[in-house]
Design a protein around this ligand. Structure first.
Ligand code: S3P
Length: 436
């Protein structure tokens, strides 16, 4: 991943347009993984052409799975069956993608061969002990760098035992790693969560014909079944739409239509928070697509007020805090974020990066260990650093809707991990965003 792309975002708006956003990242990773392990040929429509999900597809290519891309956002996967993966031709480079590394650790724990999982500088600093520990308890053998850091060496050939696990941390990635190892384990694997997290792994396993029982906060399956190829239709990623929802809320005179956005209840915490802040966002043509709730969202400018973000909503908006920080900075009054320490170990320390950037733009932010108090105010222009974090880069671009001078955002190349084409799309909607 090349660093070195900065953006200059001049004050702009209003925003107008009727657009779709790229496919859901979480679902795209899982669709490739399950299609690869299935018997038969699966078609994935709406696949995210982002660096993160391309890394997952490449990993399976290295393990002998044929993945064709007849057109953008389409993948045809020739499944090799549950035990059909081959020893990878080299290390599996997950790039910037924590989801790829953690889910693959679970999936690879049940193979007969050894594999090495590597990542970029950001991923190499992210904690993997959270998957190593439960997977080891199932019988996996995974070696890491000191402190549970990548690269990971996942040694195959160890029989796995199903187990009951109640992770301390509410994490869909940890839950999914355990469930994917459970496919290869003897007996029953159960995950009980302290707070329910996104359930795409469970839903998609069911769609691929694997018997799995699940409800919010709990999932159970047994090893030894088969995955049957199926077609997967992936909706637009709410986490990508989030930036446009906040931007249009902030820029006076804006009205945007965002088509086909996935509204899985475990993903839309920000929608509830923005509405509580006073946002004008409506849902149209609600429908089901591939078992997921999908709708078109219409967002119009509105004045936002600061709120206390309920801590129980944090897992449902875990990826949306960079966007929320900017909404809070532009809102009237104070916004309080607590119970979100996990933000410190995302693609960057998002509490630190967003707080530092907003301060550079004139906003008072009081950081705490697990959140921040953001005092809404007037933003001026300035230079901010995204720290190579895709979501921080896009969030700072959104600040240009209300800032009184140009914002130069450093290190924006990683936006391609989750929202390829963001800069061009944003420009077409009314942002004044120029890569330099
Ligand atoms: C994801 C789960 C979340 C989220 C990440 C994608 C997933 O991470 O932040 O972007 O696809 O399962 P955690 O489960 O670690 O909170």
């Amino acid at each position: 991943m090349s660093a070195g792309i900065d953006w200059i975002c001049a004050p702009a708006g209003p925003l107008h347009g009727d657009v779709a956003v790229p496919g859901d990242k979480s679902m795209s990773h899982r669709a490739i993984m399950l299609a690869a392990l299935a018997d038969g040929v699966s078609c994935i429509d709406g696949f995210l052409e982002g660096e993160d999900t391309l890394a997952t597809a490449r990993a399976f290519d290295l393990m002998g799975v044929r993945v064709d891309a007849p057109s953008p956002a389409l993948r045809i996967v020739q499944g090799v069956g549950l035990h059909g993966l081959r020893t990878p031709r080299g290390p599996l480079d997950c790039g910037n993608a924590g989801t790829a590394m953690r889910l693959l650790a679970g999936l690879l724990a049940g193979q007969a061969f050894d594999a090495v999982l590597t990542g970029d500088a950001s991923l190499s600093r992210r904690p993997m002990q959270r998957v190593i520990e439960p997977l080891s308890a199932m019988g996996a053998r995974i070696a890491s760098q000191p402190g549970g850091l990548p690269p990971l060496e996942v040694h195959g050939g160890s029989p796995l035992r199903g187990m009951r696990h109640a992770p301390v941390l509410a994490s869909a990635q940890v839950k999914s790693a355990i469930l994917l190892a459970g496919l290869f384990a003897q007996g029953e694997t159960e995950v009980r969560e302290s707070r329910p997290t996104r359930d795409y792994t469970e839903r998609m396993l069911a769609a691929f014909g694997w018997p799995v029982a699940f409800e919010p906060g709990r999932a159970v399956l047994t090893g030894g079944h088969r995955l049957l190829a199926t077609d997967v239709a992936i909706p637009g990623d709410f986490s990508s739409a989030a930036f446009l929802l906040v931007a249009a809320s902030l820029a006076p005179g804006s009205e945007l239509v965002l088509r086909g956005i996935g509204l899985n209840p475990r993903r839309i915490g920000l929608l509830a928070v923005l509405r509580r802040m006073g946002a004008d966002i409506s849902e149209h043509d609600p429908r089901e697509q591939g078992g997921e709730r999908v709708a078109d969202l219409v967002v119009r400018h509105a004045l936002l007020r600061g709120i206390d973000v309920p801590t129980e909503w944090v897992p449902d908006m875990i990826d949306e805090f960079p966007a929320l920080f900017v909404a809070a900075a532009a809102a009237e009054g104070v916004t309080l974020v607590r119970g979100a320490a996990e933000l410190r170990v995302k693609e960057s320390d998002r509490i630190a990066v967003m707080s530092a950037g907003l301060r550079r733009l004139g906003i008072r932010v009081d950081e705490t260990a697990d959140g921040a108090t953001i005092h809404g105010g007037t933003m001026h222009g300035g230079e901010v650093d995204s720290a190579g974090d895709h979501r921080c880069a896009m969030a700072f671009a959104v600040a240009s809707m209300v800032a009184h001078g140009p914002i130069r955002i450093a290190d924006c190349a990683n936006v391609a991990t989750s929202f390829p084409g963001f800069a061009g799309l944003a420009y077409s909607l009314g942002f004044d965003l120029r890569p330099v």
